[in-house]
Design a binder for this molecule. Structure first.
Ligand code: C2E
Ligand code: CA
Ligand code: CA
Ligand code: CA
Length: 278
């Protein structure tokens, strides 16, 4: 009996230790803790108009400001956040921070300045997104801004009635939908068919090959042509030099984004540079 009791005790203690350590060391728990501690922060990258290269908006890119590891880029934690359903509260946290930081400065923003957030496919099934967008837009009612949602394609979005209704609600609020990394995923054309899209984002993998590889240039020309036929705006990302910029401007790409105009930077730096530029 004593042997059995010892065995039982060992199992109970062992399980407890497993649970305890599991709670503290799984990457999922780390993400949850980081969410509670508000360690996910927005970085801002300027978007300029293709016509006159003025700042017309920005893309918000998430960073994890880790207490010991420093600033962690999104590719390292977004896929996990998507798979354990934390991406929604993380996006909410980002939208709240951006709203609180920019509402006091709203009178300084040009009319229709746009804020583009990245969303994951699963978020187009969650009606909380509509509420979050409503709150964001209403906070800027004194000087309206444009809200853009960039749909990324890491997870496959299977569109259904709910997605269509959700996108319709977003459009009623004036939110614009962009397809991110257009041409690199496997379902982008399907998206165009399934719901109303407003913007195509030309991926930096194509832009970086302007002047290098004629295939990529043909692909860009075709994306622009498709956008024109469907009356969609175009945004080119990853613009790093004047050759690329000149090519895209000559083809009337609506807006440009890339290191040539500015890298993603924290709020304080972005605000400082922005007000220096106006
Ligand atoms: P993305 O949406 O395609 O964003 C563009 C990425 O290219 C960003 O990387 C940006 O920093 C980088 N980039 C911008 N301009 C240039 C350039 O001129 N040259 C080069 N080489 N790179 C440039 P980042 O910030 O590491 O983000 C990576 C990806 O993580 C994003 O790709 C996006 O898919 C995802 N992501 C970022 N923030 C969020 C978020 O809040 N939610 C979700 N769901 N995904 C996010
Ligand atoms: Ca994006
Ligand atoms: Ca992307
Ligand atoms: Ca991209």
């Amino acid at each position: 009996f004593t042997l059995f009791a010892w065995f039982l005790l060992a199992v109970i203690v062992g399980f407890g230790v497993f649970r305890w350590s599991g709670r503290y060391i799984t990457p999922e728990h780390e993400l949850r803790q980081a969410l509670e501690l508000q360690e996910f922060i927005p970085y801002f990258q300027p978007v300029v108009s293709g016509e006159h290269t003025h700042w017309i908006g920005c893309e918000i890119l998430m960073r994890w400001s880790h207490p010991t590891l420093g600033v962690i880029p999104p590719d390292r934690f977004i896929p996990l956040a998507e798979s354990c359903n934390l991406i929604m509260p993380m996006t909410q946290m980002l939208m709240t921070q951006v709203r609180k930081q920019f509402v006091p400065l709203v009178h300084l923003l040009p009319k229709d300045f746009h804020f583009a957030f990245n969303i994951s496919a699963s978020q187009l099934k969650d009606f909380n997104l509509v509420e979050d967008c409503r709150v964001f837009i209403q906070a800027f009612s004194d000087n309206p801004v444009k809200l853009v949602l960039e749909l990324t394609e890491r997870e496959l979005l299977v569109t259904d009635g709910a997605t269509e209704r959700l996108v319709a609600e977003l459009h009623k609020l004036g939110v614009l939908i962009a397809i991110d990394d257009f041409g690199t995923g496997n379902s982008s054309l399907k998206y165009l068919q399934s719901f109303n899209v407003d913007i195509l984002k030309i991926d930096k993998s194509f832009v970086s090959n302007i002047g290098v590889d004629s295939h990529s240039v043909h692909i860009i020309d075709n994306i622009i042509d498709l956008a024109t036929r469907l009356h969609l705006q175009t945004v080119a990302e990853g613009v790093e030099n004047e050759v690329q910029a000149a090519y895209l401007k000559a083809r009337n790409v609506t807006s440009l984004q890339g290191y040539l105009y500015g890298k993603p930077i924290p709020m304080e730096d972005f605000a400082r540079q922005f007000y220096a530029s106006v």
